[in-house]
Design a protein around this ligand. Structure first.
Ligand code: ZN
Length: 155
Protein backbone atom coordinates (compact mmCIF):
# COMPACT_ATOMS: atom_id res chain seq x y z
CA UNK A 1 0.00 0.00 0.00
CA UNK A 2 1.48 3.31 -1.13
CA UNK A 3 0.71 6.80 0.04
CA UNK A 4 0.80 9.96 -1.98
CA UNK A 5 0.03 13.39 -0.55
CA UNK A 6 -3.45 12.77 0.82
CA UNK A 7 -4.87 9.33 0.14
CA UNK A 8 -4.20 5.67 0.47
CA UNK A 9 -3.58 3.95 -2.85
CA UNK A 10 -6.45 1.49 -3.18
CA UNK A 11 -6.21 0.27 -6.76
CA UNK A 12 -5.67 -3.35 -5.71
CA UNK A 13 -8.64 -3.37 -3.27
CA UNK A 14 -12.04 -4.88 -3.88
CA UNK A 15 -14.80 -2.26 -4.05
CA UNK A 16 -15.98 -2.69 -0.47
CA UNK A 17 -12.48 -2.34 0.89
CA UNK A 18 -11.85 0.66 -1.35
CA UNK A 19 -14.86 2.43 0.18
CA UNK A 20 -13.58 1.79 3.69
CA UNK A 21 -10.12 3.04 2.78
CA UNK A 22 -11.51 6.21 1.15
CA UNK A 23 -13.82 6.80 4.10
CA UNK A 24 -10.80 6.85 6.37
CA UNK A 25 -8.88 9.12 4.01
CA UNK A 26 -7.06 11.66 6.16
CA UNK A 27 -7.64 15.16 4.87
CA UNK A 28 -5.23 17.99 4.31
CA UNK A 29 -6.73 21.41 4.86
CA UNK A 30 -6.64 21.99 1.10
CA UNK A 31 -8.48 18.71 0.41
CA UNK A 32 -11.04 19.53 3.10
CA UNK A 33 -11.70 22.93 1.49
CA UNK A 34 -12.17 21.24 -1.90
CA UNK A 35 -14.66 18.72 -0.48
CA UNK A 36 -16.45 21.53 1.36
CA UNK A 37 -16.76 23.64 -1.80
CA UNK A 38 -18.41 20.73 -3.62
CA UNK A 39 -20.85 20.06 -0.77
CA UNK A 40 -21.66 23.77 -0.39
CA UNK A 41 -22.40 24.01 -4.12
CA UNK A 42 -24.96 21.17 -3.86
CA UNK A 43 -26.69 22.69 -0.80
CA UNK A 44 -26.75 26.13 -2.46
CA UNK A 45 -28.54 24.63 -5.46
CA UNK A 46 -31.52 24.02 -3.14
CA UNK A 47 -30.97 26.91 -0.71
CA UNK A 48 -29.50 29.74 -2.84
CA UNK A 49 -29.51 32.29 -0.02
CA UNK A 50 -26.85 30.51 2.07
CA UNK A 51 -23.24 31.79 1.92
CA UNK A 52 -21.18 28.87 3.26
CA UNK A 53 -17.51 29.17 4.19
CA UNK A 54 -15.21 26.79 6.05
CA UNK A 55 -12.74 27.83 8.72
CA UNK A 56 -10.36 25.25 10.20
CA UNK A 57 -9.38 26.12 13.77
CA UNK A 58 -6.21 24.84 15.34
CA UNK A 59 -7.74 24.12 18.73
CA UNK A 60 -8.69 20.76 20.22
CA UNK A 61 -12.34 21.53 21.07
CA UNK A 62 -14.85 24.01 19.70
CA UNK A 63 -16.52 25.00 22.97
CA UNK A 64 -14.01 23.95 25.58
CA UNK A 65 -16.24 21.15 26.85
CA UNK A 66 -13.52 18.64 26.01
CA UNK A 67 -15.97 16.20 24.47
CA UNK A 68 -14.45 14.08 21.73
CA UNK A 69 -17.34 14.94 19.41
CA UNK A 70 -17.08 18.71 19.98
CA UNK A 71 -15.56 19.42 16.55
CA UNK A 72 -17.74 21.93 14.66
CA UNK A 73 -20.28 24.72 14.73
CA UNK A 74 -22.21 26.87 12.26
CA UNK A 75 -23.28 30.53 12.25
CA UNK A 76 -26.31 30.88 9.95
CA UNK A 77 -26.13 34.71 9.95
CA UNK A 78 -22.70 34.68 8.26
CA UNK A 79 -22.62 31.18 6.74
CA UNK A 80 -19.41 30.37 8.56
CA UNK A 81 -18.84 26.74 9.46
CA UNK A 82 -15.92 26.21 11.82
CA UNK A 83 -14.27 22.86 12.40
CA UNK A 84 -11.32 21.87 14.55
CA UNK A 85 -8.28 20.55 12.67
CA UNK A 86 -8.67 17.26 14.61
CA UNK A 87 -11.78 16.48 12.51
CA UNK A 88 -9.63 16.29 9.36
CA UNK A 89 -7.61 13.52 10.98
CA UNK A 90 -10.79 11.54 11.76
CA UNK A 91 -11.18 10.88 8.03
CA UNK A 92 -13.45 11.76 5.17
CA UNK A 93 -16.63 9.99 6.40
CA UNK A 94 -16.76 11.98 9.63
CA UNK A 95 -15.77 15.21 7.86
CA UNK A 96 -18.57 14.87 5.28
CA UNK A 97 -21.11 13.83 7.93
CA UNK A 98 -20.26 16.83 10.10
CA UNK A 99 -20.20 19.45 7.35
CA UNK A 100 -23.45 18.16 5.78
CA UNK A 101 -25.08 18.43 9.21
CA UNK A 102 -23.70 21.97 9.67
CA UNK A 103 -24.74 22.97 6.13
CA UNK A 104 -28.20 21.68 7.11
CA UNK A 105 -28.23 24.21 9.98
CA UNK A 106 -27.38 27.04 7.54
CA UNK A 107 -30.39 26.09 5.39
CA UNK A 108 -32.81 25.90 8.34
CA UNK A 109 -35.17 28.89 8.34
CA UNK A 110 -36.51 27.84 11.76
CA UNK A 111 -33.13 27.45 13.42
CA UNK A 112 -34.40 28.76 16.78
CA UNK A 113 -37.29 26.27 16.91
CA UNK A 114 -37.09 22.92 18.79
CA UNK A 115 -35.64 19.84 17.05
CA UNK A 116 -33.11 21.92 15.07
CA UNK A 117 -30.56 19.08 15.24
CA UNK A 118 -32.94 16.58 13.66
CA UNK A 119 -33.96 19.16 11.04
CA UNK A 120 -30.31 19.72 10.10
CA UNK A 121 -29.96 15.99 9.42
CA UNK A 122 -33.24 15.86 7.46
CA UNK A 123 -32.19 18.83 5.29
CA UNK A 124 -28.89 17.04 4.58
CA UNK A 125 -30.83 13.89 3.67
CA UNK A 126 -33.11 15.88 1.37
CA UNK A 127 -30.16 17.54 -0.39
CA UNK A 128 -27.76 14.57 -0.65
CA UNK A 129 -30.21 11.61 -0.56
CA UNK A 130 -27.90 10.05 2.06
CA UNK A 131 -28.60 9.79 5.79
CA UNK A 132 -26.37 11.40 8.41
CA UNK A 133 -25.44 8.56 10.76
CA UNK A 134 -23.86 8.68 14.24
CA UNK A 135 -20.78 6.60 14.94
CA UNK A 136 -19.57 5.07 18.21
CA UNK A 137 -18.61 8.45 19.68
CA UNK A 138 -21.95 9.82 18.43
CA UNK A 139 -20.26 11.96 15.79
CA UNK A 140 -21.90 12.50 12.41
CA UNK A 141 -20.64 10.28 9.60
CA UNK A 142 -21.61 9.28 6.07
CA UNK A 143 -20.20 5.82 6.87
CA UNK A 144 -21.55 3.20 9.27
CA UNK A 145 -23.54 4.30 12.30
CA UNK A 146 -26.89 4.90 13.85
CA UNK A 147 -29.83 6.66 12.15
CA UNK A 148 -31.66 8.74 13.22
CA UNK A 149 -29.71 10.95 15.66
CA UNK A 150 -29.44 9.24 19.08
CA UNK A 151 -32.01 10.56 21.59
CA UNK A 152 -29.38 11.21 24.28
CA UNK A 153 -27.75 13.97 22.21
CA UNK A 154 -29.02 17.53 22.49
CA UNK A 155 -32.00 18.17 20.27
ZN1 ZN B 1 -26.06 20.57 15.00
Amino acid sequence: MKRNSNRVETSSFADGERQVAEGRELLTEERAQTLFTTEAFIFKAWFPSITPSLTVLHVEHMRGRHAERDVADATPATGEIRVVERLLRMGRDNFLGVIRHELGHLCDEQIEEPEAEMRADLIALFVTLKPIRYDRIELQTVGDGEWPRPRDLHR
